[in-house]
Write a protein that binds this ligand. Structure first.
Ligand SMILES: Cc1cc2nc3c(=O)[nH]c(=O)nc-3n(C[C@H](O)[C@H](O)[C@H](O)COP(=O)(O)OP(=O)(O)OC[C@H]3O[C@@H](n4cnc5c(N)ncnc54)[C@H](O)[C@@H]3O)c2cc1C
Length: 374
């Protein structure tokens, strides 16, 4: 089967890797003729800027929680297939609440997650000191630790997956944008590139993340993603990295006003969703600097004596489905879409049933997540 995947973020990369893995018990080499088209470089989009917390830390929807829990297991398997890759960091997450209402919410969350069989423990200040010696939580905070969570370096993970797919026979076209879907009646037959080339495919996969609506619109197909240009949109966001802060954090730490973890280049990654309000792609450099300064101030409360400075504040757009859940499945004959928030957590796992569906075997696991659901 000829398959063209548009986009080499974590979603497209994981699917390309999956499609080119040797069949169980079979010989080496790809079952399909897979071509990946990437406008920039693998991992250069949202996946390379993501906070990239691997988690199933929301008990609200048990079915979705199960999907995410399965995704954590898939990450373990994928990472094991690469040996012990430096981009996979299953190092645990520590989260706390200080105000009484926040404590009640965290306590309820922990109880519900434990009820679903998720590994979580409430810990005291001594254990926090052992886990994260440089971090300070307020006296009396309620502290939860999730040893099964972690993070990945999203850009490096995507690059490693694409590299392996290429070694297994995929063709990877970088620096070329798919400017349109080609069609024959209702059927999508491939893509047209910005150099005029047309790539024919039995199945075209839209894995273009936040840019998916633009690609799909070329064939009159809609995708319910939150529009980053809408006033008050939840899609635009900022994420900061700091200069070197070696050994300051061991795992992910989530205080009520700041999420922080080690970055790939020895600094920290800092994120605070309350600071995203009012940020859009036209945010002024001054606003971006102000948010960076606030993130650093919060980091210095989290880690007293932190000497690092802000290295970069990056504007991003979350590929955010309108109802928050993944959008996965055939939208037309010959067109399969995989777009989701939490794509770092879910990418490699969604690739497994997506592979089956592309080969004609519907997957019940994906039924709640069809792109045309109302
Ligand atoms: C600040 C932030 C924090 C986040 N935190 C988390 C988290 O903690 N945990 C989690 O699981 N998820 C998190 N997410 C979400 C997660 O990062 C995304 O869901 C995921 O990275 C999406 O991957 P993707 O492959 O779909 O998109 P991308 O990584 O954007 O990849 C899409 C690729 O397609 C390419 N492309 C687009 N259009 C075309 C075209 N027409 N032709 C060719 N190529 C094209 C782009 O260049 C890009 O490389 C976060 C996101 C952000 C922004």
């Amino acid at each position: 089967m000829r398959i063209v995947i548009v986009g080499a973020g974590i979603i497209g990369a994981a699917l390309a890797d999956r499609l080119t893995r040797p069949a169980p018990g079979g010989g080496p080499g790809a079952r399909d003729e897979v071509t990946v088209v990437e406008a920039r470089e693998p991992g250069a989009g949202t996946s390379g800027a993501s906070y990239a917390w691997l988690n199933a830390n929301d008990p609200a929807d048990p079915g979705y929680h199960r999907l995410r829990t399965a995704a954590l297991a898939t990450w373990r398997d994928v990472a094991a297939g690469f040996g012990a890759p430096s981009w996979y960091r299953p190092v645990g997450n520590t989260m706390w609440a200080a105000a009484e209402d926040e404590k009640a919410r965290l306590s309820d969350r922990v109880a519900r997650l434990a009820g679903l069989g998720y590994t979580v423990e409430l810990i005291g200040a001594d254990r926090l000191r052992a886990l994260e010696p440089h971090v300070r939580a307020p006296d009396g905070a309620l502290i939860a630790h999730y040893p099964g969570e972690g993070y990945v370096y999203g850009g490096s993970a995507a690059r490693a997956l694409v590299r392996r797919a290429r070694e297994s026979g995929a063709e990877v076209v970088t620096g070329r944008r798919a400017v349109g879907l080609t069609t024959d009646g209702d059927r999508v037959t491939g893509v047209r590139l910005d150099d005029g080339r047309e790539l024919g495919a039995d199945v075209t996969v839209c894995a273009a993340g936040r840019h998916s609506p633009a690609l799909l619109a070329t064939a009159g197909i809609a995708l319910p993603l939150v529009d980053p240009a809408e006033p008050g949109s939840a899609a635009p966001c900022l994420i900061a990295t700091t200069t070197a802060a070696d050994g300051v954090l061991n795992g992910l730490v989530q205080a009520p006003d700041l999420s922080a973890r080690p970055a790939e280049d020895r600094g920290l990654v800092l994120e605070a969703t309350d600071l995203d309000a009012g940020v859009d792609e036209s945010a002024s450099p001054e606003l971006v600097r102000t948010v960076g300064a606030e993130l650093l101030a919060r980091a210095r409360v989290l880690v007293p004596g932190l000497a690092a400075d802000i290295a970069e504040v990056r504007r991003c757009v979350r590929p955010l489905p309108a109802d928050g859940y993944p959008l996965v499945g055939f939208q037309r004959p010959g067109l399969y879409t995989v777009v989701t928030h939490s794509g770092i957590t879910l990418g490699p796992h969604l690739a497994v049933p997506a592979d089956r569906e592309i080969h004609g075997e519907p997957s019940p696991e994906l039924v709640p997540y069809r792109p045309d659901r109302q």
